[in-house]
Design a protein around this ligand. Structure first.
Ligand code: HSE
Length: 403
């Protein structure tokens, strides 16, 4: 093997220290896979953190960039401030940047990918979606010959953990939230998880990979999290033979694409219904391959580090020089899903009220009526249930049904 390729890690929190641990422990195998010796040379942090033997801890980012041995920067700082600045400076020097920072990818990824291409470097972010489950590389390579029509997935592990605890242990939302917080599963701002913003960013990253849509269009995606669900919604879901999951969904719509993040009644028989705890899963439909489902740990120190290391290997194997490949001939626009007919499921406390859109079937359970509505334009269905709630009907928020 030729001389070692130097790696620097900026941001030595949970994921950064996991990457350091893995690079040190599995250096031989990682180097063989990359075709070059891969050496962790610097860890950059303002704090005094523990670093593996032989690795320099520094707060001087400039010194790191001036070291010509450093060809790969792992950015695990998080957020869109310092992380953005460090990423730009590295890419401008032709240093490839690997990140798990989904907020930065969604906010500035379009621009950072362009910058990377201009400087012959990589900007890779497999770890930003589904943690340790490889999804972006398979979509960008193995499945890239397919025309993908749609994808649906559980892409936020913390909310799946909350829903699993509520479903299997009957915990209320606040209790389950407290437990997840104590276990360190939540984002710094738990609203990112429970209001669905994290899932929305990941959906934008996925649709960029399969449709060529803009990363920064994440803000256009209608998003409802799980904060307004109760354990009684989950009881109704089970009575209808399904499970409640926070699903990120996207599909083609004419020349554009549409999608949403929404609590969903996933019917038994769909593999996503049985995904439990912090696990993630994603089903992608290609025109030739049909349905492909990915499943595994969506969060956590070493699963996320595993995805980062996969990108490091990819960058080093290519000689840290990225070929600028544009896979899509145009950028599809986001189309509102308001008019899209969807089946909805609703929990009604007590008997069925007047004014509910037509139902396909309903089931009585624990003093509630679990109702499956006939397909209706998404916005209209939501509006009519909201109007009933305003009139005092005790109805849950509608769940979108996924067969
Ligand atoms: N809060 C995120 C999740 C972390 O639960 O999926 C991994 O992106």
């Amino acid at each position: 093997m030729a001389g070692a390729v130097g790696v620097a890690i900026a941001g030595c929190g949970v994921v950064g220290s996991g990457v350091a641990q893995m690079l040190t422990k599995n250096r031989g195998g990682i180097s063989r896979a990359a075709g070059r010796d891969v050496a962790l040379k610097y860890m950059v942090d303002l704090r005094k953190v523990e670093v593996p033997e032989g690795v320099a801890l520094t707060s001087d980012f400039e010194r790191v960039l001036e070291d010509g041995d450093v060809r790969v920067l792992v950015e695990t700082i998080g957020g869109t401030g310092v992380a953005y600045d460090c990423t730009r400076r590295a890419l401008e020097k032709g240093v490839s940047v690997i990140t798990s920072n989904k907020a930065l990818v969604a906010a500035h990824g379009d621009e950072l990918k362009r910058l990377a291409a201009e400087h012959g470097a990589w900007y890779l972010y497999e770890a930003a979606v589904c943690g340790g489950v490889p999804v972006l590389r398979p979509l960008n390579t193995c499945l890239a010959g397919n025309r993908v029509s749609q994808l649906s997935g559980i892409v936020n592990g913390s909310t799946n953990y909350l829903l699993t605890r509520m479903e299997l242990s009957g915990l209320g939302f606040p209790e389950a939230l407290g437990e997840a917080k104590a276990l360190g599963y939540l984002e710094a701002d738990p609203a990112d998880d429970v209001e669905g913003y994290d899932a929305r960013r990941k959906l934008a990253i996925l649709t960029n990979a399969v449709f060529g849509s803009r990363l920064k269009d994440d803000g256009l995606i209608p998003t409802e999290g799980i904060a307004r669900l109760t354990e009684r919604d989950l009881v109704c879901a089970r009575a209808l033979h399904g499970a409640v999951k926070l699903i990120a969904h996207a599909e083609r719509a004419g020349e554009g694409w549409t999608g949403w993040v929404h609590p969903t009644l996933v019917m038994e028989g769909n593999m996503l219904a049985s995904v439990r705890g912090v696990f993630n899963a994603l089903t992608v439909t290609g025109d030739c391959v049909g349905d492909v489902t990915f499943h595994g740990r969506g969060a956590g120190k070493l699963p996320t580090a595993s995805a980062v290391i996969g990108d490091v290997i990819e960058a080093v194997r290519s000689g840290c020089t990225a070929a600028s490949i544009e896979r899509f001939d145009s950028v599809p626009a986001f189309v509102s899903p308001d008019e899209k007919p969807v089946a909805l499921a609703v929990r009604i406390e007590g008997a069925l009220p007047e004014g509910l859109p037509p139902a396909l079937r309903s089931v009585q359970v624990d003093g509630m009526t679990a109702v499956l509505l006939k397909p209706i334009a998404r916005a209209e269905g939501m509006k009519r249930v909201a109007a009933l709630r305003e009139k005092g009907v005790r109805a849950g928020i509608p769940l979108i049904v996924l067969q």
